[in-house]
Design a protein around this ligand. Sequence first.
Ligand SMILES: [Zn+2]
Length: 432
Amino acid sequence: MINNTIKHLPKKHRYTLGAVLFVTIVLFIFPTDNVSASRNVKVMQLEPGVQYELPVPELNSEGILDESLFEAEDYITHKVKRGDTLASILKKHKLSAQTTYKVSKAGEHAQKLKRIKPSDILYLHIDEAGQLTSLQYPITNTETLQISLVENNYHSDIKTKNVEKIIGFGQGTIKSSFWHAGIEGGLTDNQIMELAGIFGWDIDFAQEIRRGDSFNLAYEELYVDGEFIGFGDIVAAEFINQGDTFTAIRYTDGNYYTPEGRSMRKSFLRAPINFKYYVSSNFNPRRFHPVQKRIKPHRGVDYAAPIGTPVVASGDGKVIEAGYNRFNGNYVFIQHGEKYTTKYLHFKRKAVKRGQWVKQGQTIGYLGRSGMVTGAHLHYEFLVNGVHRNPRTVELPKAKPIKASEKDSFLVVADKHQSLLDNNKRIMLAMK
Ligand SMILES: [Zn+2]
C-alpha cells in the first residue's frame, strides 16, 4: 500500500524516502554524535497523519552538506535594524555615498531596497579595494534581488528559485473539537481553516460537527533547495459529517469541485458565522442555553458564540432592512434574488446599511445580545418565498458544474486525487 502512495510522487522522491528513513535511523542510534549533522536535515517522526518523505539537501563532493552560498563567497551579512536605510547600511560598511547613489539607480528592481524592513537581511560582497561588487537581498523565500558591479556600473535583477511541491497527507477523527482533531492530525492553523472553508457550503462548522466525524486530506508541501518553506494548497479533501461524505478536489483554476465536477461553492453558506473565528474560538455550543421565554414561536436557528464574532451574509444579496427594535435588537435582513430572504438578529453592532449590496461571506454585523434575549447569540432565519424554512435542511439551489470544456481534464485530476485520499486512508487503517 505504501508503494502505491510512493508512485504518485515525482520519481526523485522515491529515492529520498529511503535516504531520509536512513538518516532518521542513524540519528536515532547516535543521537549525540550527529547533532551537528542534523542541523540541515529535517527529520520527521513516523506518525499517523504525517507524510514522511523529504528531499535531502545536496551533499558536496566530500559528502558534507553545502553551507550557504553567500558564506562560501565571503559575503558580509547585515541584519536590518529599525531606522536602517540603504545609505546608513552601506556607510556602516565604509562604502561611499556615491556607491549608495549608484546602487539605488541600478534599475527598476533596485527600488525594492527602499522598502527594507527590520530583520531583513542584506548580503554584501566587498573586494580588497573596498569596492562593493555584489549585494544580495532575499525578498521572499524564492526571490532574491541581486545587484552586481559590471564595468563600474551596478545592475539589478531578481533571481528566482524553483519551488518543489510534494504531496503530504493529514487525517483526523473528531473527539472534542474539529480544531483539536486538526492539530492532532498535524495540520497548521491555516490548513484547518482552509479545510473548513472548502466545506463551508455543505457543513455547518459552528453547530453540526459531531464526535466521530472525520477528515482526510492531501496537501502540497513546498521546498526550495531541499529546504521546507511552507505548505501550499490542499489538493483534495474528504470530510465525513454525521455519516455523510463530502469530497472536494482542487482543479487548476484554483476552485474546488466534487469528484463529479460540481462546484463546492453554492448560493448559500451552511452557517452565517465567520467559521475562521468560530472554529478557532473553541467555544462549546452545548453549554449554551438559548432564550428562556419566547415572545414568538421560534422560527430560526440560534448560534451561540462569543460576543463580537463576525456574522456574515450567507449569500450574495441586497440589505432590505438594517435597524433596531426592542425585540430583534440590532438586525439585518437580506434579499437574495426573488425567492430567498435571510434574517440576522441581536447584533452587538451592524456592519451594513439598508440598500447596500453584499457578497457571500461579507461581514454584516457582530454577534451580540441586543433585543429580547437572555444570552449572547445570533438568531438566523431563512425564508423561501416568504415562508420560514430550516436553514440546515432546506433544499438549496444546486451548485454549478465545471465548464464543459474542462470536464474531461478535470475528471483525470479528480481520479488521481481521489486515489491519493483512498491510499492515505488505507495506510492509516493499516497503521492502527
Ligand atoms: Zn432564536
